[in-house]
Design a binder for this molecule. Structure first.
Ligand SMILES: *Cc1c(COP(=O)(O)O)cnc(C)c1O
Length: 375
C-alpha cells in the first residue's frame, strides 16, 4: 500500500507547507546531553511561571468541578472581564487555544486561494504558514538594516489587492516596535478591503515603554477592519494552558471567525486559570519588572562581547552572532542552554534568546562565550 497517489492529489498549498520550528523541550536536552539543569531560553516563556493565585485555584480544581462537562463555548467569565478592562463590546472578543489558534482561524476565515498577505521578515513563522495553508500568497518585507520596521517599504508593498496585513508589535523575533506615528502612517496606506491583523503577544512587556502605541485607540480611529491579538502565554506565564484572545473591529468579524473555530476551543481549566491570572495584574507587573532588569543586563553583557542586539520592548533579544547561528545553538545545547537560531534566508547568523531567570541568563552568557567560534 502506498499513500503517494493520495498525497499527490492533495491541495498543493498544504503539501508544500514548511513545518513550524517549535524548539526543543528541556527533557529532550537533559536526556540527550546528560545535563542536570536546562536554561530554556528558546520560547519566550515567563521564568516566574504562573501567578500563585492560579496555582491555588488549580490545586482546588479537581474536587470543585467536573471533568465530564463541556466547557463554556463562549468563555463568558473571561469575556466579561476583558471587555470591561479594554472598554470594548463583549461581542468584539474572540478566544483561542493560544493566540496561534486565532491566527489559524483568521487565516481560514478571511483568506482564500490567491489572496495577498503582507508581513515582515524575519517573521513569526505562523504569520506565514497559516495564510499559506489557506492558499494565500505572502509578501514579506525585510526589516531595516538597523532592525527596525521599514514602514516605507511596508507601505510600498501594500496595494488595494492586499487582503491582510500581519504585524507583531513588538516584533517577534526582533523585539522592536512601531510608535504611534509609524503605526498611523502604515494604517493610512491600507485600503478598507484589507484586514489589519495586529499581534500583541508581548503587549504587557511593552505597554510601559516609551513610545509604545495605544494600538486599540489607533486601530479604532483608522476605520479599517482589524483584529488585535493578545495572549496569556507570555507575561501571564500560562503558555502550557493555551489561552489567547482577539478583539475585532466589529462583532460581525468576530461572528464569522466564530463559525470557523471549533466550538469548545478553550478548555474549562484554561478558562478559569486565565480569569484568575487576569485578575492578578500584580503578577504581570512583577514579571515585566524582572524582564526589564534581565534584558538590560543581558544587553550589556552581549555588548561587552562585541554583539549589538536589536532594540527590544519584549522578553527576548535578537542579534547577529556573526556565524552560523544553528551550529552555535547546537553547541550550546551541551551546556544545557536552549536558544532559537533563526532560519529564514538572510538571517541565518541571527539568534533570539529569551530573558529568563538571572541564573539562566548568566548561564547563557557563559555558554555563548565558551561556544562561539573565536574571532
Ligand atoms: C508567542 C506568540 C504567539 C502565540 O502565542 P500563544 O501561545 O499561541 O498564545 C503569537 N504571536 C506571536 C508574535 C508570538 O510570539
Amino acid at each position: 500500500m502506498s499513500t503517494t497517489g493520495f498525497i499527490d492529489g492533495m491541495r498543493a498549498e498544504v503539501r508544500n507547507l514548511p513545518a513550524y520550528n517549535a524548539g526543543l523541550s528541556s527533557d529532550l536536552v537533559r536526556a540527550r546531553y546528560g545535563v542536570t539543569h536546562v536554561a530554556k531560553l528558546g520560547s519566550n516563556e515567563n521564568p516566574r511561571g504562573a501567578s500563585a493565585a492560579v496555582l491555588a485555584h488549580l490545586a482546588r480544581w479537581t474536587t470543585a468541578a467536573s471533568l465530564s462537562l463541556y466547557p463554556d463555548p463562549s468563555c463568558s467569565v473571561l469575556r466579561t472581564m476583558i471587555a470591561e478592562k479594554l472598554n470594548v463590546a463583549p461581542e468584539q472578543l474572540l478566544f483561542g487555544n493560544g493566540s496561534e489558534d486565532l491566527l489559524a482561524i483568521a487565516a481560514h476565515t478571511f483568506l482564500g486561494a490567491g489572496d495577498e498577505v503582507v508581513t515582515v521578515v524575519p517573521s513569526f513563522g505562523l504569520h506565514i504558514i497559516y495564510p499559506q495553508s489557506a492558499g494565500a500568497k505572502v509578501i514579506t518585507v525585510p526589516m531595516r538594516a538597523d532592525l527596525e520596521f521599514d514602514v516605507d517599504a511596508l507601505i510600498a508593498a501594500i496595494s488595494p489587492q492586499t487582503r491582510m496585513v500581519i504585524i507583531s508589535n513588538p516584533s517577534n523575533p526582533v523585539g522592536c516596535a512601531m510608535n504611534a506615528n509609524e503605526m498611523r502612517r502604515l494604517l493610512s496606506a491600507v485600503s478598507p478591503n484589507t484586514l489589519v491583523l495586529w499581534d500583541e503577544a508581548y503587549f504587557e512587556y511593552a505597554a510601559g515603554e516609551h513610545g509604545y502605541p495605544d494600538s486599540l485607540a489607533i486601530l479604532r480611529e483608522s476605520g479599517l477592519p482589524w483584529l488585535l491579538l493578545r495572549t496569556f502565554s507570555k507575561a501571564y506565564g500560562l503558555a502550557g494552558l493555551r489561552v489567547g484572545y482577539g478583539v475585532a473591529s466589529a462583532p460581525e468579524l468576530a461572528g464569522l471567525m466564530d463559525r470557523v473555530r471549533t466550538p469548545f476551543n478553550i478548555n474549562q481549566i484554561a478558562q478559569e486559570a486565565a480569569a484568575v491570572a487576569f485578575a492578578d495584574q500584580a503578577h504581570v507587573a512583577a514579571s515585566v519588572e524582572d524582564t526589564r532588569a534581565g534584558r538590560t543586563q543581558m544587553h550589556a553583557a552581549l555588548e561587552a562581547l562585541g554583539i549589538s542586539p536589536a532594540r527590544s520592548l519584549a522578553n527576548f533579544l535578537f542579534f547577529d552572532c556573526g556565524e552560523d547561528a544553528a551550529a552555535l545553538a547546537a553547541r550550546m545545547l551541551a551546556d544545557g542552554v536552549i536558544v532559537k537560531p533563526w532560519r529564514e534566508a538572510g538571517y541565518e547568523t541571527c539568534m533570539r534568546v529569551s530573558i529568563g531567570s538571572a541564573a539562566d541568563n548568566a548561564l547563557f552568557i557563559e555558554s555563548f562565550k565558551r561556544r562561539r567560534a573565536s574571532f
